[in-house]
Write a new protein. Sequence first.
Length: 94
Amino acid sequence: MSTKSSVVGAVEIGSTTIKVVVGKWKGGELSILGHAERPSRGVRCGAISDFGAASEATHSTLRAAENNADVLIPRLNLALTARYQDGLYNEAAI
């Protein structure tokens, strides 16, 4: 691990809640900087049923976690816990 510090985030999009945690790697150790939890919308039985609602709920939770940690999240990891999973790798910026 590099001695350079870097901020990372993790998001879990569930049927009931969306959770985000923000941390900072420095010297091989991860320090938690902040977190947020909000009610989930647009997700049913672990699957996205309304993309717009799920997207807005996720963005709202991400913004709350960034505000709580007082940082922007440049890298985000997604936790997948659905029964049936299929996806593709994609990078994006807002």
